[in-house]
Design a protein around this ligand. Structure first.
Ligand SMILES: *Cc1c(COP(=O)(O)O)cnc(C)c1O
Length: 384
């Protein structure tokens, strides 16, 4: 049962997850089966083969669709597999308008794989909707945005871009990984597709990869189902089950991420050795008003400027609680050096244009006691 009347936390715990009709099990069983007994020729109980659909994956897909306010979800083996599925619908000569600072893996995939298949790209700063409008061609078949961006937290006005896309009848997809549906719901703002790396906040425990596409369009849903069946890059039942378990606590985790994020950003913004803090919850963020309008919280992703690679290195060496590592959105605080991790595959020139320096450090603030996170950063910052 999917209800739009019930609140977010209730839906996170119940939607797509009715007690098992056979046993009453409160949690969706892990259906480790590749195939299903048929009832006769061309007669089945709803499942035939797990590449096409699996009850554990179905539950996850229904759950995330409900949280994003969409009709259907389509889960893939990773965020990248979800993006790969998204562009399978394009053909030679088609054109994509996308953000000029997408997740590094997406940029790599678009430039080094998809472009070789005859799809053309325009890379624009989507924080100004005019740039998107100007880049649209008669052959444009998709606009793909990410907001906020990694790691400088630049926002794109989803509604403004959606209006442009609607006028031109072009589907808009939004990578919502950084905010999760708890804080941002692009479909409500007019997007046609929401994409997630469920590896991050949705799973929330840094113990499994996954990706999902959510849509309200029956045509797009058919396309994504067809891609799942054709290319098989689907999410396994076990990972589906892990993410379902993570999603049950999404609301409480996100509230704590947000509370901790605000405190850490505030602390860093007052630290004499930090040159700049990029966090949409700070009044100093140039798009603070848009953040308040478009998001229901500010989350826990942020970047801060330490001034040099040496300073960044010293901090990363000295942290004890915060873990120097890639990825984000887990319960633990992760800290990383953007220029040599997420943005290592783009040129120094390109990094400079985006605003990432050798001294840029990214934080994914976890849900530990915030005093401990700040205490750890404080002792690490003494090194510079
Ligand atoms: C991690 C991430 C991806 C890719 O997801 P994987 O699960 O690692 O394949 C895509 N977009 C964003 C914003 C991400 O953070």
């Amino acid at each position: 049962m999917t209800s739009t009347i019930r609140g977010f936390s209730t839906r996170a715990i119940h939607d797509g997850q009715e007690p098992d009709p056979r046993t009453g099990a409160v949690n969706i069983p892990l259906y480790l089966t590749s195939t299903f007994q048929l009832e006769g020729i061309d007669k089945h109980r709803g499942w035939e083969y797990s590449r096409v659909s699996n009850p554990t994956r179905d539950a996850l897909e229904a759950s995330i669709a409900s949280l994003e306010g969409g009709a259907t979800g389509h889960a893939f083996a990773s965020g990248m597999a979800a993006i790969a599925a998204l562009v399978t619908m394009l053909r030679v000569g088609d054109h994509i308008v996308c953000g000029d600072n997408l997740y590094g893996g997406t940029t790599r995939f678009f430039t080094q794989v998809v472009a070789h298949h005859g799809v053309e790209f325009s890379w624009v700063d989507t924080s100004n909707p005019e740039n998107v409008l100007r880049a649209i061609r008669p052959t444009t078949k998709l606009v793909h945005i990410e907001t906020p961006t990694n790691p400088l937290m630049v926002l794109t006005d989803i509604r403004a871009i959606a209006d442009i896309c609607k006028q031109h009848r072009i589907p808009l997809s939004a990578d919502n990984t950084f905010m999760s549906p708890y804080f941002q719901r692009p479909l409500e703002l007019g997007a046609d597709i929401v994409m997630h790396s469920t590896t991050k906040f949705l799973n929330g425990h840094s113990d499994g990869l996954g990706g999902i596409l959510v849509t309200s369009s029956p045509e797009l849903a058919d396309t994504f189902r067809f891609v799942q069946k054709c290319t098989g890059g689907i999410l396994s039942p076990f990972e589906s089950w892990l993410i379902l378990r993570g999603v049950k606590t999404l609301a409480v985790r996100m509230r704590q991420h947000d509370a901790n994020g605000r405190r850490v950003a505030e602390y860093l913004s007052k630290h004499p050795k930090i040159h700049r803090v990029d966090y949409p919850g700070l009044a100093s963020h140039p798009q603070h008003e848009l953040a308040k309008r478009q998001m229901h919280g500010f989350g826990s992703m942020m970047a801060f400027e330490t001034g040099s690679r040496e300073n960044a290195e010293k901090i990363l060496q000295r942290v004890q609680l915060c873990i120097n590592g890639e990825s984000l959105g887990g319960v633990e605080t992760l800290i990383s050096h953007s220029a040599t991790t997420t943005h290592a595959s783009i040129s120094a020139e390109e990094r400079k244009r985006i605003g990432i320096t050798e001294g840029t450090v990214r934080l994914s603030v976890g849900v530990e006691d915030v005093e401990d996170i700040i205490g750890d950063l404080d002792q690490a910052l003494e090194a510079i």
